[in-house]
Design a protein around this ligand. Structure first.
Ligand SMILES: Cc1ncc(COP(=O)(O)O)c(C=O)c1O
Length: 479
């Protein structure tokens, strides 16, 4: 980062210069969200000002929400700190809803799968970010080296893979026995199985609001009503609101994604995770914890799962390799300390077992010991891409747009000014070959019509930049 030499006379002027340099470095993309900024000593030397002056500038930038200090480590650029405001806490109606929105979601999902459109809609990683050459090699090896590679797998899943999954779950703070893990057809089947044993038609399940549209689709299919809980865009579900909902309604389960939820990308802090675990345990409400992108932290620190915080909460933990390695393998898993038999019975009814060649390949990949390195590089890429898309939104989208500040994963949630209808924006953008996910599919209520989820899962390019610019123009035109 280039710094302007402090030439002014007073201290006040000098600290403004230090501040200004950092702000412009962030705004130009030279410093990305999550980047460590020069230490007080280095900055003081570079800018030829005292350490006290630099400290004053850093503290003010921290107060303004542009920097964050990390104990014993220094100051870092805050995720999405380009002066664009964060979304407000959501405020859905605290009342169960019966769902009937599948049709529109189906169209949007189909458009997301179309590889010819600019991929700002689908939460699907770019192939160049995944270790596909290695997976292809291991897949061939697995097929040749196994006497029945294309046969049925054990119902619970491949042993070697389950052992690797159990080992990997230690990163999320969960000490799971491999025999309590069931391999599933993606997180989707895991969610379906979990929901179908925890609730039935006419029951109510609580979710964050907005939430991943797949939850709504599964709930609708099972005839389960959904209760959307107000959610903080930077710390997840609001505990007071959850408590109120639990007081008012009989809720069978709560689906949460505390580690980089879809669509906000926020991280629920540990103390809040603890409180949630205690609250659900005290009310005998089951937790379905979706940890599908917990392995993609921007800070480098893999957050723990709520499931690891308490043995008392009746938790069903779900994840998959769809966002980390290979969406097309359709390999996910489900883990529960005390519901294994029920889950297994349901899994047998739904699909008996899961794709063996894919499991053999993943078991070989995970055993080779390169997964952690892949995740580290991949998370760094996602952090960078989220930073660049955030900068483009700040530049191109209408004034007063708000934007989430994800701490992991690759999703952004933009709240456009009132009056812009993102269902219409979605249709117009699609006609120009640009994919987005309109806010309306993330709720069971008539909400988020001025919101849009943007996926940053692809390396930033001129094509993506042009698409974001065009989206900004289309949004302006529709005001
Ligand atoms: C939060 C969340 N959970 C679950 C899923 C489904 O994952 P899978 O492709 O493994 O079925 C997705 C996919 O986008 C997701 O975003």
């Amino acid at each position: 980062m280039e710094t302007t030499q402090g030439q002014g006379s007073g201290d006040g002027y000098k600290y403004e210069v230090v501040k200004g340099n950092i702000v412009s470095a962030v705004e130009s993309g030279a410093l990305l969200p999550g980047d460590r900024i020069p230490s007080l000593r280095d900055m003081s030397k570079k800018s030829q000002v005292s350490i006290t002056t630099v400290m004053k500038a850093y503290l003010e930038l921290e107060r303004e929400g542009r920097l964050e200090s990390r104990p014993q480590s220094g100051f870092y650029v805050r995720p999405n700190c380009r002066g664009i405001a964060a979304p407000r806490i959501s405020s859905p109606e605290l009342k169960p809803t019966r769902l009937d929105s599948f049709h529109f979601q189906f169209n949007v999902l189909n458009a997301m799968a179309d590889s010819s459109i600019v991929p700002l809609g689908a939460a699907t990683p770019a192939t160049e970010l995944l270790p596909l050459t290695e997976l292809t090699r291991l897949s061939r090896q697995a097929a040749n080296g196994h006497e029945n590679a294309y046969g049925y797998e054990e119902i619970t899943g491949n042993r070697k893979l389950r052992a690797q999954i159990a080992y990997h779950m230690l990163e999320a703070g969960i000490s799971a026995h491999m025999d309590d893990i069931i391999v599933t057809n993606g997180a989707t089947e895991a969610l379906y199985i979990a929901l179908s044993i925890l609730a039935g038609p006419g029951d109510t399940v609580a979710v964050e609001s907005p939430c991943y549209f797949g939850y709504l689709h599964i709930l609708e299919t099972l005839g389960i009503d959904v209760l959307e809980i107000p959610t903080h865009p930077e710390s997840g579900i609001e505990i007071d609101a959850l408590q109120k909902a639990l007081d008012a309604y009989e809720i069978k389960a709560c689906i949460l994604q505390p580690n980089f939820n879809n669509p906000f990308g926020c991280l629920t802090p540990d103390d809040k995770k603890n409180e949630i675990a205690d609250l659900l345990a005290s009310r005998n409400v089951s937790l379905i914890e979706d940890d599908i992108v917990g392995d993609l932290p921007f800070s480098g620190v893999r957050p723990h799962a709520i499931t690891s915080f308490s043995n008392k909460v009746d938790s069903v933990f779900i994840s998959s390799f769809s966002k980390m390695l290979a969406p097309g393998f359709r390999i996910g898993w489900i883990y529960s300390r005390n519901r294994h038999e029920e889950l297994l019975k349901r899994k047998m009814a739904v699909s008996i077992n899961t794709n063996r060649p894919a499991q053999l390949t993943l078991a070989a990949y995970l055993s080779a010991g390169r997964y952690s390195k892949h995740l580290k590089n991949y998370a760094a890429q996602c952090r960078k891409q989220v930073g660049l898309v955030s900068a483009a939104v700040a530049k191109y989208f209408p004034e007063n747009t708000r934007l989430s500040r994800p701490e992991g994963g690759f999703l952004l949630w933009a709240v456009l000014p009132e009056g812009i209808d993102t269902d219409i924006l979605y249709t117009k953008a699609l006609a120009e070959g640009i994919g987005i996910a309109p806010g309306s599919i993330f709720t069971s209520q008539n909400r988020y019509r001025n919101c849009v989820r943007l996926s940053c899962a692809h390396p930033y390019s001129n094509k993506i930049d042009r698409a974001l610019k065009r989206l900004g123009e289309l949004a302006q035109e529709s005001r």
